[in-house]
Ligand binder design. Structure first.
Ligand SMILES: [Zn+2]
Length: 723
């Protein structure tokens, strides 16, 4: 994989970005005739006309259009028109099922095409190759691996000048930076150089600017026109609601499903466990509900999908396993109960609403604590260099530990999470450092030299991980953004349509959004908090910083600190929310690991030094802050522990309940109480009142092991008082 790798010093390719055309439907009369008579459409969808015109004129085109926006027509329509004068179109596609669908669809329209795949018998392959030579087909579909076959290349060469167009679908697969790199896509460049087709179009639903550059370079294209089109979905209303935690989310879900205008509601959850949890809550509220995720057996999944398609449910709760091949046009209500991992994932899933063009509502229930879960999932799929090295080394040293992930885990220092080990095994496998044999995983060469570690593309791995983290961060920004949500997404995808967007369909444009720009008092609070973060750079997490800021933490070491207690009287919950908004605004950064701490960013330093303005930072105050104030008004009292003397958020009843829980857990395990959690942690929990495992993971003293073992018990102790 070395030679074609992209690095920062590679020259940037200039892409001509195509601007939206006001006369959207202005295409050549012959194209229009075929559109109507063969395909049966009376008009094109936004963006298609411009792509098709450029393809016909022979300008190399990269077209980025979302799933469902009509990518295929952008080469099928030219293909049929070109076929009238004997032209043949070659389509490269990664999935056999997809090719088969297309060939079936085309044959219903009377268009002759074939898919030359490994799924057809040798005899059929022979017939198709003959057909290609004989000019029987208007379109030929192949997977990129087919370019390894010299018989196929010979057949293509026999077509000669009649090869009129090459369309490369899912073109992001060509790039290592894409999320689905497929090495065989690298063969396409050579084939294009050899066959020199007069028209080339590369299509994908998603490609960052980096991936766009890589596509151009790998395909060896010049003077490329970039079309980013069709992302606008004006019939969808987008909104974000801040949810306090699991109980609050369930309540909101029930409300949304109950008040939906019609049809079946679709709810997305980020894990199977969450999907089950939400569905159980909806079931309890009397809703006809089903779950859908990859952990169910086939019959259950089919049943859920059939009931959903038949409209015999109120709601279906699904993970991202749901969606492939689901085409239900009249979904009016779509809720993301957990934050998705990227704007791409969010927009693709939300885009399943309102496919019939009628109004539909897409809601994101956002709880900042959920971001930790996604971060955990990213961590788990990106093993650290040191984990890669230790996995490889223990496999080298003892050939028996590779018999299972569990035995390997026992042999590794710190016993990493199984999913992290699996990810490490995948990476090592891909790089040729191990093989899977009858005795499990076995390390292979190269030998480790004394003092030298085997070369591995760790830079590339780190970079990929950073890309994923940036995407997640962008999703958090979306949740807190105060601007138009449609425009946010269109800009993110680079859709030029964003510049002329007139939105009346998002919470922020309608003025119902939760996020507000900071007012003057809040700006002042932000500056004070930033000063504190700057002073204690990287030492503490949010809860501790908030407690130092309002003076409720009286650790002797900081009593004389100038930045301490500058926000006396402000609640800890409010200050924690402010600190979160600083994170999403890139003014502070949060470390990874069991005890995330806050550091100041370069941008944050500029604000502290007075060189930069706070700009457009939005803030979202969760309902939790309001709720605790109410509770206090009901008469709860602060306990007299010294470190919480004037902390308004400390709930004595909860602290008591947590103490009882701790006593019980310690007795069960026959260990001293402090092993379960310390007094300081207990107080921190009582102060933070976590509503989800994500919230709880942010409490100082609660690492992943404690989270797994005691998390649910602690949460139910916290939630008891809500009843
Ligand atoms: Zn808007």
């Amino acid at each position: 994989m070395g030679s074609a790798k992209m690095s920062a010093d590679v020259d940037t390719v200039t892409l001509v970005v195509s601007k939206p055309n006001n006369a959207r439907d202005s295409i050549h009369p012959e194209l229009r005739r075929v559109l109507e008579e063969t395909f049966g459409f009376d008009q094109l969808r936004p963006g298609q006309a411009e792509v098709i015109s450029d393809v016909m004129e022979g300008r190399p085109v990269i077209a980025i259009m979302p799933t469902g926006a009509g990518k295929s027509l952008c080469y099928q329509l030219p293909a049929v028109v070109l076929a009238a004068s004997g032209g043949v179109t070659l389509v490269v596609s990664p999935l056999i099922a997809l090719m088969k669908d297309q060939v079936d669809g085309l044959s219903k329209l009377g268009i002759s095409s074939a898919a030359l795949t490994s799924a057809v018998s040798p005899a059929e392959q022979h017939d198709i190759l003959e057909g290609i030579r004989g000019g029987v087909y208007e379109l030929i579909y192949v997977a990129p691996e087919r370019f390894r076959s010299s018989r196929f290349i010979d057949a293509l060469s026999a077509i000669g000048d009649r090869l009129a167009l090459v369309a490369i679908d899912e073109a992001h697969c060509i790039s290592e930076w894409g999320h689905e790199f497929r090495p065989a896509y690298r063969l396409i460049g050579d084939v294009l150089a050899k066959l020199k087709p007069p028209r080339i179009v590369a299509l994908t639903a998603t490609a960052t600017p980096e991936v766009q550059q890589d596509i151009v370079r790998q395909l060896g294209l010049d003077n490329v026109v970039l079309h980013v089109r069709g992302f606008a979905r004006p019939n969808l209303t987008f909104s974000v609601e801040i949810a306090a935690g699991a109980a609050d989310k369930c309540q909101r879900l029930v409300e949304k499903v109950r008040t939906r205008p019609s049809g079946v509601a679709l709810v997305y959850a980020s894990t199977r466990k969450n999907a089950e949890k939400y569905s159980a809550a909806l079931d309890e509220a009397g809703m006809r509900t089903r779950v859908y995720h990859a952990g169910l057996d086939d019959s259950k999944r089919t049943e859920a999908q059939d009931l959903f398609m038949a409209g015999k449910l109120d709601v279906i709760v699904a993970t991202n396993a749901f969606g492939m091949g689901v085409d239900k046009a009249n979904i009016r209500t779509l809720v993301h109960a957990d934050v998705p991992r990227s704007p791409e994932a969010y927009y693709q899933e939300a885009g399943r609403a309102g496919r019939d063009g009628e109004p539909a509502h897409c809601v994101l229930l956002f709880n900042h604590g959920d971001v930790r879960l996604q971060e955990f999932l990213i961590d788990a799929s990106h093993p650290s260099t040191s984990l890669l090295r230790s996995v490889w080394r223990v496999l080298r040293e003892d050939s028996t530990v590779g018999s299972s992930v569990e035995t390997l885990r026992e042999a590794l220092p710190d016993r990493p999470h199984p999913s992290a080990i699996k990810a490490a095994l995948r990476v090592l496998d891909r790089h040729g450092y191990l093989e899977t044999g009858p005795y499990g995983y076995q390390a292979t060469l190269p030998d480790e030299l004394p003092g030298h570690y085997p070369p591995m593309d760790t830079k590339g791995l780190e970079r990929r991980e950073r890309v994923e983290r940036d995407k997640l961060k962008k999703m958090v920004e979306y949740a807190y953004d105060v601007g138009c949500r449609h425009r946010f997404v269109l800009r993110y995808f680079g859709d030029a349509e964003s510049e002329r967007l007139q939105c009346a369909a998002c919470d922020n444009c309608k003025g119902t959004g939760h996020a507000r720009p900071l007012d003057d008092a809040q700006r002042e609070h932000v500056v004070k908090l930033l000063n504190l973060v700057w002073r204690l750079d990287g030492r503490f997490g949010r809860s501790r910083l908030a407690a130092l800021a309002n003076g409720t933490d009286d650790d002797n070491r900081f009593l004389d600190l100038e930045e301490r207690a500058t926000l006396r009287g402000q609640s800890t919950a409010y200050l924690i929310d402010l600190l979160r908004s600083l994170d999403s605004a890139d003014l502070v950064s949060v470390s990874r690991g069991d005890y995330p701490t806050l550091s100041i960013t370069a941008r944050g330093e500029e604000v502290v030094s007075g060189n930069a303005d706070l700009g457009d930072i939005s803030i979202a105050l969760s309902r939790r802050g309001k709720k605790t104030r109410k509770r206090r008004a009901r008469g709860t009292q602060a306990v007299d522990a010294p470190c919480v003397e004037d902390d308004a958020d400390f709930d004595v009843a909860l602290a008591q309940r947590l103490k009882e829980l701790r006593t019980g857990l310690a007795a069960q395990r026959a260990v001293p109480a402090y092993v379960i959690f310390s007094n300081r942690t207990l107080e921190a929990i009582a102060r933070a009142q976590p509503q989800s495992l994500g919230d709880l993971s942010e409490v100082s003293g609660i690492g992943p092991a404690k989270l797994t073992t005691f998390g649910d018990a602690i949460l139910s102790a916290v939630q008891k008082q809500d009843q």
